[in-house]
Design a protein around this ligand. Structure first.
Ligand code: ZN
Length: 292
């Protein structure tokens, strides 16, 4: 396993980690400058942050600062209720793919969606199996576009608590089943994003990481699981503050040959989003050296 204790060359910052400090949006250009000033070499930005600053502006800044994108957040939300919403979803995913290409991202992260309408509080139906079928179909269609562009798609299984509203792919096993069905020759065009927060509890975690192998392991996201967790979305912990064995997780993915960035992704409304952004980045660096 790589030694992370002396430097942070393999640290990436998911920019949602510092997106709104003390109630105010921290603009992406400032986040990128703050990362570069600290020797952080990679980021993973969200589409809305990029759109707010302008895609071309961010692309130029990323290049000028010598930053890499460990991923781009995000595509997906593949479920739909009618032809119009299906077309809108497809178009939006193609735009996400184009943006990821412009930014030279390592992959487009997919949060696949679940029961249509559930995220806004009114699920259109209760057919989770049907939703999962639409997800597979949606990934298949996007995969054609991704192959044309040479931009890999990373399915991110989400913790089962999000099965109704955000993602009905909830385990690495499920995600890899989709990968094997759509990309049986394991071409590198389709794989998974392993996010500690979503998969740490899974009894098949290490077995499925071994099944994934180097070609399917496209991203590693780290944070911690707090006990107690007080919010289903925005109470992620800083590495070292919770119960996830992050070193065991990293050892497992690196045993398969994963040699990419480890991306810190923390949504923390009550704690880390209430602090100075620079302090949060400094803490990420220190914890990444000690706890990941
Ligand atoms: Zn993630």
């Amino acid at each position: 396993m790589r030694d992370f204790s002396h430097d942070h060359r393999w640290l990436s910052i998911n920019t949602a980690t510092v997106r709104k400090q003390r109630g105010q949006d921290w603009p992406l250009p400032q986040i990128l400058d703050a990362c570069a000033q600290r020797g952080i070499r990679a980021i993973s930005p969200w589409r809305d942050q990029v759109a707010a600053a302008g895609l071309d502006t961010i692309a130029r800044q990323v290049q000028a600062l010598g930053l890499e994108l460990s991923g781009y957040c995000r595509g997906g939300m593949f479920t739909y209720t009618d032809a119009a919403s299906k077309q809108a979803m497809r178009d939006d995913n193609r735009r996400a793919l184009d943006e990821a290409c412009t930014l030279n991202a390592a992959c487009l992260v997919l949060v696949v969606g679940a029961l249509p309408g559930a995220l806004s509080g009114s699920p259109a139906h209760r057919d989770l199996a049907g939703a999962r079928a639409q997800v597979t179909e949606g990934i298949a269609a996007l995969l054609d576009d991704a192959r044309e562009r040479g931009l890999p798609l990373a399915i991110e299984p989400l913790h089962p608590m999000y099965a109704a509203d955000r993602a009905c792919i909830n385990t690495l096993e499920q995600a890899l089943d989709v990968c094997d069905a759509l990309d049986p020759n394991n071409t590198g065009a389709l794989g998974v994003a392993v996010d500690a927060y979503h998969v740490w509890w899974d009894p098949k975690l290490h077995q499925q990481i071994a099944r994934a192998g180097r070609a399917r392991l496209l991203a590693l996201h780290v944070c911690d699981w707090l006990v107690p967790t007080t919010d289903l979305l925005n109470d992620r912990g800083m590495m070292g503050d919770g119960v996830i064995d992050l070193k065991a997780l990293r050892a497992s993915v690196e045993a398969q040959g994963y040699a990419g960035y480890s991306e810190v992704e923390i949504f923390s409304a009550a704690n880390w989003w209430q602090r100075d952004g620079g302090e949060v980045l400094d803490t990420c660096i220190e914890r990444h050296r000690r706890c990941v």
